[in-house]
Design a binder for this molecule. Structure first.
Ligand code: NAD
Length: 306
């Protein structure tokens, strides 16, 4: 297969001074893209700032013959880091929303600050960068955006209520941006990574940590951003050299009323609970139209639709 390249493309990677973002920036640059290496350079809990993280990755890329520029803004000022791309390279084609922090606490102990900061960096930051890039991508008829979610969002995780909520929020954001961008060839997908980084060094056992090289995930993210990739609005999980799509299923459920009785009672719900929650048979749903359509079909089939 011919090498998939990104010549002429301008890529912004947020939080690219370390971990996954660094791996993404290196891969895009090695395939011909001009890369904005954004990183605030603070601690893992969102404290402090430094230009060192972004500068180091820019130097590494340049020493390999690649093109990159550093940006030190917080993603909360997303418009400023998109401006860095425009000022230096005149365009923005690909945006990887990757910057992240953790402020883990059990649910009852989460302060307003723990909640707000995590939401600001993950959810608001991705909103700000994407909203600044979107009109430019629309005008040029091409754009690729990746949001970064987490299994903590998909399934919940003890001590991560603030982070889980923000990460699941990013899936909703991505799905709507995907719908609104589709006709202008703007695709927005979500990566759910598991990788060895400073965010996971004290969470993952050492032998597992070794197997979770961020470089295994970078090609999945890069392909989702290539002209050849038609995927839009999808959630792709990747780790340790494996990748697979996550999707939403809905149990076929059961009707709680009938042509004879229009009444739905609490007792009726109790009686049917095992059928409501049985997912042996299910529908795979990929849009709000499919979700509503499937509901109307089952009402039609039962003769209860009015
Ligand atoms: P990391 O800490 O190595 O890298 C994150 C980078 O983001 C850091 O360099 C940090 O300085 C930067 N950053 C933090 N706040 C910023 C801000 N406001 N503006 C700009 N940059 C900022 O962590 P990582 O593991 O590489 O995580 C990357 C992304 O992947 C995060 O969104 C994280 O939540 C997500 N994620 C990681 C894992 C994993 O297993 N590592 C799992 C699920 C999700």
């Amino acid at each position: 297969m011919a090498e998939l390249r990104f010549d002429g493309k301008v890529v912004v990677v947020t939080g690219a001074g370390a971990g996954l973002g660094r791996a993404y920036a290196h891969l895009f640059a090695s395939r011909g893209a001009k890369v904005v290496v954004n990183d605030l350079g603070g601690g893992r809990h969102g404290d402090g700032s430094s230009s060192k993280a972004a500068d180091t990755v820019v130097d590494e890329i340049k020493s390999k013959g690649g093109t990159a520029v550093a940006d030190y803004h917080s993603v909360v000022d997303g418009d400023k880091l998109i401006k860095t791309a425009l000022d230096n390279f005149g365009r923005i084609d690909i945006l990887i929303n990757n910057a992240g922090i953790l402020r883990d606490k059990s649910f009852a102990r989460i302060s307003d600050q723990d909640w707000d900061l995590v939401h600001a960096v993950h959810l608001k930051g991705s909103f700000k960068t994407t909203q600044a890039a979107f009109p430019i991508m629309k005008k040029q008829g091409f754009g690729r955006i990746v949001m970064t979610a987490s299994n903590s969002g998909l399934y919940g995780n003890f001590g991560q209520a603030n982070y889980s909520a923000a990460k699941m929020g990013l899936i909703g954001l991505a799905k709507t941006v995907a719908i609104e961008g589709a006709r202008n060839n703007i695709h927005c997908n979500v990566i759910v990574p598991t990788a060895a980084s400073r965010l996971t060094e004290d969470i993952l056992p050492p032998d597992v940590f070794q197997a979770l090289n961020p470089e295994y995930i970078a090609p999945v993210v890069a392909y989702m951003c290539h002209d050849d990739c038609e995927e839009n609005g999808s959630v792709i999980e990747a780790a340790a050299g494996w990748a697979g799509k996550c999707t939403i299923i809905r149990a076929n459920g059961t009707l709680l009323r009938s042509p004879e009785s229009d009444n739905v009672s609490i007792e009726n719900v109790k009686q049917n609970w095992s059928k409501i929650t049985d997912i042996t048979n299910y529908s795979l749903l990929s849009s709000i139209q499919e979700a509503t359509g499937a509901l109307i079909e089952s009402l039609d089939a039962s003769g209860t639709k009015e």
